[in-house]
Design a binder for this molecule. Structure first.
Ligand SMILES: [Fe+2]
Length: 167
């Protein structure tokens, strides 16, 4: 069976590794080659989680505080989206670009740690293997429907409204 937790964790590993690759890039072309796919996947991953994962956590989570976990996630996703958007406003390799990418890295690192400590364990303890499989299939369909970030909603969401609409 497929597993939503594995798919999310796989992206988390991929993000950490690609932020690390930025330190190995020595030309603007190399920086762009690492950053551009990373920026697209950060936005795609955030919306995939908001579409597939958090609505179910909100309804079924009972091993933690799903409302609090979700509010934190949406707030963090907004901060990551803001930094990705800001990086897109600057030429790769400029000091403004490095600053925005550094912000994305810091915000994303904090977010992944918190999600792996709170939301993912709550989900694991509160749902079944069948649900994890069902959401994994929805996740794969979401990525298939948004190749290279096409059609991904990169706008920020109000955390309270999101919780209310999805509870
Ligand atoms: Fe997330």
């Amino acid at each position: 069976m497929a597993d939503i937790i594995e798919l999310i964790y796989e992206d988390h590993d991929w993000f950490r590794r690609h932020f690390f690759y930025l330190d190995d890039a020595s030309t603007d072309e190399e920086l762009a080659a690492v950053w551009e796919p990373l920026a697209i996947r950060l936005d795609t991953h955030a919306e995939a989680e908001e579409t597939v994962f958090y609505p179910v956590l909100l309804k079924q989570g009972r091993a933690g505080d799903p409302e609090d976990e979700t509010e934190d996630a949406i707030t963090d996703h907004n901060a990551i989206r803001d930094a990705v958007r800001e990086a897109g406003n600057h030429r790769v390799g400029t000091s403004e670009w490095f600053e925005a990418v550094g912000k994305a890295r810091t915000e994303n690192g904090k977010h992944l740690d918190e999600e792996e400590r709170e939301a993912l364990p709550d989900f694991i303890k509160s749902t079944s293997a069948e649900m994890r499989h069902e959401l994994a299939m929805k996740w794969l369909r979401f990525y298939h429907q948004h190749p290279a970030g096409k059609g991904v909603d990169t706008s920020d969401k109000d955390p309270d409204d999101y919780v209310e609409e999805n509870s």
